[in-house]
Design a protein around this ligand. Structure first.
Ligand code: NAP
Length: 498
């Protein structure tokens, strides 16, 4: 499978030194930048260029908005069953050609291939579910006379209409699944979408557009604008034709969008500093296994990564021992090796941020109990276990986004909950205890969008609603929830004479 296959016709401007040079997708056409510029995507493992991408200008972004605007009525009046058929057909094409997309995710993200397999499988499933959801958008009726006798003959019919144009802006860490979790519900609900993927790894989204194009989606219903957020972001997020912005990324950028966006619906999935709380009544083997998985999956480059652990002092030493044993089982290696679990970080500044947080913690008394080997000129960092971490250290509060686990000793369970809630973030929390009363206490008192009892955070396909509060964002995503959010109520009131 390669981008040269017939199905992918038009997507590239050809190759430069054997490296594909991708176009953007606007108004049903594969187009180049209006000034002819491209930018490079570098593989985090080899540090070599693996793709060239058309670099959108404001003119390209404007054309994408115009195309989405022109297509919005056609999408609104496309029957739910037709929308469903198109999404289902796109899912079949994606399934058949997934190897090419997996390869791009691995190369551009430095994501170990086993992880990339999971991401792509989830993205295909999400598309299939959206195809079902397109047919299940329903309304309701309200009888008159419920607040006064005068309206007793009235009946209101409430239908759900698409919002219009959705702007999706997505981060680097799940370059296929996160865009899909915006594109699929937007189209299922009859909207059009303009999507801007992260510049580190934009090509997977171009493939999603290709599958939808081949499946018969009307021109302009999906538009992919590839280019720098810093250059295009303000233009896109303040565009007067946008009806909803669905953003996933850092709190810094999300807050900027929220300040600038004006009168549009906002969905913000932002950063996190998720705690793992370990009670003295926990099954410590299970807790250690899940905490390590929650901290190390995709090298900790996940918003819902567990990066601070609050452990009751009675079991602290025993838990540390178990964590060290678990971490040693994780395989560091090459990204195309199916056994590899830990690959490189996305770029130099991500690595520097993690090292800086570790240095701050060590300077303030934390111990590096394991890890921190970095090969020369590499972004591959071995997992670090920091013990004796205290709340005076930056790593206890700042998003780490790397394979570093910070273990904090607390006096009791109540103190753990209290420290967990002191964070400015509020995305996920995991609680490990075998005591149902403690579990209920934690669930009722933790200030986070999701509380997991005896497991690491995992959002899977979105079968449970997912999202955060405070600096972690606003709104919830998930099967059903996203489609609901991307529609609005339309009231039709009947006023019969008789
Ligand atoms: P990021 O730097 O905030 O970038 C996210 C997206 O925003 C990219 O497409 C980026 O484009 C774009 N962007 C940059 N500046 C912009 C601006 N001024 N206006 C509009 N868009 C702009 O985040 P990241 O480093 O890719 O991803 C990591 C972050 O995402 C972490 O904080 C993580 O917690 C968060 N995240 C949250 C969730 C969640 O569900 N809560 C899930 C995944 C990730 P460029 O790439 O071109 O700069």
């Amino acid at each position: 499978m390669s981008v040269k296959d017939a199905i992918f016709a038009g997507m590239t401007m050809g190759e430069k030194n054997g490296i594909p040079s991708y176009r953007m997708f606007i108004g049903g056409q594969w187009v180049e930048s209006t000034n002819g510029e491209t930018f490079e995507v570098v593989c985090p493992e080899s540090r070599e260029v693996v793709s060239y991408i058309a670099k959108a200008t404001i003119d390209n972004a404007s054309k994408a908005m115009e195309a989405a605007y022109l297509a919005r009525k056609e999408m609104e009046y496309l029957s739910p069953v037709k929308r469903s058929e198109i999404l289902r057909k796109a899912a079949l094409l994606f399934q058949a050609h997934q190897d090419e997309v997996i390869k791009r995710v691995v190369l551009e993200t430095g994501k170990p291939i086993s992880e990339a397999h999971h991401e792509i499988a989830a993205a295909i499933k999400r598309l299939e579910y959206a195809a079902e959801e397109a047919k299940s958008i329903k309304g309701e009726s309200i009888p008159g006379g419920t607040i006064s006798d005068a309206g007793v003959k009235q009946t209101a019919l409430l239908t759900r209409k698409p919002l219009g144009i959705i702007l999706g802006i997505t981060p680097f860490n799940y370059p296929c699944f996160i865009p899909m979790s915006k594109i699929a519900p937007a189209l299922a609900a009859g909207n059009t979408i303009v999507i801007k993927p992260a510049s580190s790894n934009p090509s997977p989204v171009l493939y999603l557009a290709k599958f939808l194009q081949e499946a018969g989606l009307p021109d302009g219903a999906i538009n992919v604008v590839t280019g720098e957020g810093a250059e295009l972001g303000d233009y896109l997020s303040t565009h007067p034709k946008v009806n909803m912005i669905s953003f996933t990324g850092s709190s810094k950028v999300g807050n900027r969008i929220a300040r600038l966006a004006g009168k549009v619906q906002l969905h913000l999935e932002l950063g996190g500093k998720c705690p793992g709380i370990v009670s003295q009544k926990a099954d410590l083997d299970l807790a250690a296994k899940e905490c390590v998985k929650g901290g190390l999956k995709f090298s900790g480059q996940r918003c819902d990564s567990l990066s601070r652990f609050l452990i009751e002092e009675k079991v602290y030493d025993k838990f540390v021992e178990k964590v060290l044993l678990e971490v040693k089982k994780w395989k560091i290696g090459e990204i195309f090796d199916e056994e590899t679990q830990i690959g490189p970080l996305i770029n130099e500044s991500a690595l520097m941020k993690v090292l800086d947080l570790i240095d701050d913690a060590v300077a303030k008394g934390a111990k590096v109990s394991l890890g921190k080997e970095i090969a020369k000129d590499s972004l591959l960092m071995s997992p670090v276990v920091l013990t004796d971490v205290t709340t005076k250290m930056r790593i206890a509060w700042e998003e780490t986004f790397g394979p570093a686990l910070s273990l904090i000793k607390v006096k009791n369970f109540e103190e753990a909950i209290s420290i967990a809630n002191m964070s400015e973030y509020g995305l996920d929390s995991s609680v490990f205890t075998q005591d149902i009363d403690e579990a209920m206490y934690a669930a009722n008192h933790l200030e986070s969008g999701t509380v997991q009892i005896n497991a690491a955070p995992a959002h899977g396909l979105g079968n449970f609603p997912f999202g955060g509060d405070e600096e972690s964002g606003m709104g919830r995503e998930g099967i059903g929830y996203s489609v609901y959010d991307m529609t609005k109520v339309h009231s039709i009131v009947f006023n019969p004479k008789k």
